[in-house]
Design a protein around this ligand. Sequence first.
Ligand SMILES: [Zn+2]
Length: 217
Amino acid sequence: MLKIKSFTFNPFQENTYVVYDANGSAAIIDPGCYKQYEKQELVDFIEQEGLQPVLLLNTHCHIDHVLGNAWVKRTYGIPFLIHDQEVAVLNSAEVIAGPYGFPGFESVEPDGYLSEGHDIEIGNEILQVLFVPGHAPGHVVFYHESTQTCIAGDTLFRGSIGRTDLPGGNHDLLLSRIKSELFSLPDKTTVYPGHGPETTIAFEKEHNPFVGKNASY
Ligand SMILES: [Zn+2]
């Protein structure tokens, strides 16, 4: 059984996730914590639940998703993995951090790379890596088959999709990959997005104005 805890951090209201197995092995996904009290909230949860972080993962490397990377890596000493097509995005996060209101942002290099079809072990649980570029060039989604849940980053939101006007964005590619990679998951799949509330694949197929059955964009 995989458990999922969400936090909402930084002025972009970014969702950070901790996913963990029955024995407490945990992955920290997209740590957007910037302020000390945000970092403390994450640490407190991990301590209270007796979790043992084993991996740091990013769905993609926009600034609001990577703010806590260096701190997580330093605090827990765990490997940090991204898709290799996000390296340029990660590097640019350092450049734009100041102008975006995050002076003193500290970046950290990945320890390895994720690719489509990659299975990630979190203790006894497996996360499958799906490649869903378009919002960002190396954007991945993490899917857990037995609980039918996915950590979708900024691909699919409740009633919306990720913006595609940032460097490396591609609107048509995002639409086609959502349809091929996410809409092929079971309808009951719960989607945990990078911003806003969770949703399901069935709800988005029915109602999403960009990729749903009555899409008008
Ligand atoms: Zn993003």
